[in-house]
Design a protein around this ligand. Structure first.
Ligand code: FE2
Length: 244
């Protein structure tokens, strides 16, 4: 499996707080069937998670070396999870954003009470800048939970959707669970991510979720979400319009 959303890069945000913890998470994920992971520390100015690309680049290569020395054969890629709060702030920080493996794909999140208008605005903004916006955990946003068309509108506007591990099991509440099931049913989800922060409370293990999706929605769709689409993303192939 390929995990496109994780907070394993240690000591840069609210994710792993030590190298040991980060190595433990990677080891767990690898044993669980994940062999490629995009490290996506928060780039969230309102929360003071200020991890500009230059800083992240250095930390990423240092950590990659540590992981190699520890003998954990997980392939790592650079990235970030950008919190979109306004068009002005997007343009102000555009140079600080690290896309997934330096491709056109940008992992984006919103405040949890963001309205649909803001989300569509964010997608348009990214598309205008030749980026492919990937919306992190759409099932967790209230505006998507209560709308029967917003998720589809976002996809029609050029976005792709990434569900979190655990959502199908109710980790983020029943509204998020029902929403992710609807999105899966409609084949609107393109990627899965662990959004892993901690080896015990929010681990990066996704196999249980892979199996669940496979049993309910079929092997092809589960493979697409947990592996194939991400593999194309990492090679900068635009999957919009062709995805499973
Ligand atoms: Fe995240």
């Amino acid at each position: 499996m390929i995990d496109i959303h994780s907070h394993i890069l240690p000591m840069v945000d609210d994710g792993c707080q030590s190298i040991d913890q980060a190595l433990q998470m990677l080891d767990q994920a690898y044993r669980d069937g994940t062999d490629e992971i995009v490290l996506t520390p928060h780039l969230a100015y309102p929360y003071h998670f200020e991890n500009p690309s230059v800083k992240k680049k250095g930390l990423f290569s240092d950590f990659q070396r540590i992981v190699k020395d520890a003998g954990i054969p997980v392939k790592l890629y650079p990235g970030c999870e950008f919190l979109f709060d306004s068009v002005e702030s997007f343009y102000e920080h555009l140079d600080e954003i690290t896309t997934c493996n330096d491709t056109r794909y940008l992992l984006m999140e919103f405040f949890f009470d963001a309205d649909g208008k803001k989300m569509i605005e964010a997608v348009r903004c990214a598309v205008e800048n030749d980026l492919i916006p990937v919306i992190a955990h759409p099932e967790r946003y209230e505006s998507i939970q209560v709308s029967d068309h917003l998720a589809r509108d976002l996809v029609s506007s050029g976005a792709l959707l990434q569900m979190n591990k655990g959502s199908v099991f109710g980790k983020y509440g029943m509204m998020a669970r029902d929403t992710v099931m609807d999105l899966l049913e409609a084949h609107l989800i393109s990627f899965a991510g662990s959004d892993g922060h901690h080896p015990i409370h929010r681990s990066a293990r996704m196999y249980r979720d892979y199996q669940f999706v496979k049993e309910l929605y079929g092997r092809d769709y589960s493979e697409a979400i947990f592996n194939d689409n991400a593999a194309k993303m990492l090679r900068n192939v635009d999957i919009r319009g062709t995805k499973e």
